[in-house]
Design a protein around this ligand. Sequence first.
Ligand SMILES: [Zn+2]
Length: 117
Amino acid sequence: MRSIRRELESQRDALTNRISTSTRSTQDDDHRREIFKDPFGMASITHDDEVVAAVVDTRARQVEEIDRALADIDAGRYGICRECGEEIPKARLKILPFATRCVGCQGRLETGLGRAA
Ligand SMILES: [Zn+2]
């Protein structure tokens, strides 16, 4: 159990580092020079920023999932589905160490959210 915790913590650290690197790269000097050189290239710059924002958003959500899994380890319920209370199969945890729901509940949640929105 201790090694899973370490694994999750290093994944979270890596994601956090990448988030701050991506955020910084949108404000770096190259970008500003680009705008000066090509004032009509704004569309592509905006697009790049949107892509970065989407990537940062996905990573931020992964960090949240990892935090939740770490909290589960602390609470002694790691590997238990948050929705139905069943054990999450080990094979799934191997692929997704921060999974907090079984495949069935995750699927239901995602389709349910789609319908609700
Ligand atoms: Zn479940």
